[in-house]
Design a protein. Sequence first.
Lengths: 180, 507
Amino acid sequence: MLLAALLAAFLLMPGTAMAAEEVSVQELVANMELYDGKQVVITGEAIGDLLLQGDYGWLTVNDDAYSVKSLEEGGDFAGYTNWGIGVWAPAAELQQIHILGGYKNKGDTVRVTGTFNRADPEHGGDSDIHATSVEFLEAGYPMPHPFQYGKLLIVLVLLVLIAFLWMDRRGRIRKARRKS
Amino acid sequence: MILRPAREDAKLIGWGIGRVILGIGLIMTVPLVVALLSTEWDTVLDFLVGILACVAFWLFMEITCHVKKDLTWFHGLIVASGGWLAAMLFGAIPHFMSGHFKAYLDACFDLMSGYTTSGLILIQDLDHASHGLNMWRHLLTYAGGQGIIVIALTFLFAGTAGAFKIYVSEGKEEKLLPNVINTARAIWMISLTYLVVGSFFIWIALLKEGMPVARGGLHSIWLFMGAWSTGGFAPQSLNLLYYHSFWVEVVTLVIFVIGSFNFVLHYAVWTGNRREIYRNVEIHSFVTTILLGTVMLTIGFAKMGVYSNFGEFFRKGFYNLASGHTTTGNSTVFSTSFFSEFGFIAMWAVILVMAIGASACSTGGGFKGLRMGVVFKFIRGEIRRLASPESAVVSEKIHHVNDVWLDDALVKGVMFVIICYVVIYALGGIIGVMYGYNPSVAFFDAVSAGSNTGLSAGLTSPLMPSLMKVYYIFEMWAGRLEFISVIALFSFGGAMLRGRGARRKKR
């Protein structure tokens, strides 16, 4: 009896919990055919903008090295631009996201579970994820940009150089005028 | 053979290049203001350093290279080609200081890509880049589209008789107005008017997709600059795929198609000659080649079966094909999708239209529609000649604002430039293959660089070999200037070296 109940519970478990596979965006993009229509899980930084359109909306999630520590925070060069993907999710799920990644902020970290589409027929063939859940993992924060005194020094040196060159040029122009 | 340049020649060229660099410094004030308004203090310092370096260089050149002589054709060619290289080196200062480039070479690559309206990028972590840096990226492609020399002409070369010589040296052979300074200003008037109108339409489309008002405003200006200049830059790493918007794609498609047309055609239409749209050889050429490309794309997509309905065909297929043909480089797919999702036939359809490119005297690159028209008419004329009696006189003409009869000199000039393009495309592809890249991918990116398109099949990245970065920079530069100025620069360098050798022998 117990065995039958366990078997029934297993069979009735939602597909997402059974089949969702944690993958990186880079892996998804490199193997679109393999993951097409499959349940996947990605974890990364909410980037840019929330594009809300009624009950649903778009979110971009980056799960590259820069989503852990961006170059603006002093992260290391990883050898690529970024790796991110568009996530189509219910607006209610997206509204828990408050900080989006950019120059000034490290975005909220989220875990997205959903179906990967190699060519989404609902959205003009976009390669995207239709999310069934967006889990909020960690709040983002403003990234400090300490004042760069070294750069200020370069500015001052260049200003002195320009002043010197300017005076020299003026002197030459005056001299030429006097001659003529 | 070019005679050994005198010291005065070198000085005159240095003076001209100094003025071009001052122009670059002036343009940098725009991103400086954006960085100030966005309270991005770090970025403010980057641009201050860039501007001051440009001003210092200009002053140095004014002091050391002042000569009372006007530019000749040869000087104009060298100022144009050398000016672009110097502009790359100085323009890359804020890029490199931003900390988004591992090497100065990478920053120079993005600069040359921007100026030449190519759109290939090596910037890392673009999604965390500042507004100031993004404004500079897009502004330089917008300015480069009109021509760096055009900018310098507008503000800094007024009154010099040599102005026309450097204008022509930048790959723009046609004048809209009798005076070249007025021509440069007319080009700016056309571009700025479109900037206001085009940005407004993109902004409306972005608001419809749920973009916040202020960020939507900034993105709309950047997207316009990227599309109009056929540069293809976008502020997010996913390029146009970031917006998931049919309307943003439609508006940018219209903008980059219009942007790829000849400024002479724009001016003719603006001044009331609307019939020119239907008669111009470049429009005929563009319509023919894009139709052929679409047929090829359809066959390729049918074979692959990834994009199956009309909406997908339009947004993933036709959009990227048109982006390639106009040498824009805005993309709605991941770069690797050109190889994995498009398949061989559709991928080569994009390569072929990229190679052909946009119109002459426009912001686009490639062979150009005008040259394709000349070649087509020449071949047709030859066939007609063969089929006619020996005594028959067969001649062909093209219509480009006026009717132009084809002669041997014209055809020879056209063939020379087309062969130069084919050589740089082929060399780039071969170098890629030699480094172990897939041949289709290697040729895709090589043609993209040489035709100043900017679409990538995944080869172009900060990890690509340095030799390929340098070669792509050369391809973008030579392709944009259409070779003549570049050949002149090399001849100048050769003549200088010969001169030194001769002097040593004398001693």
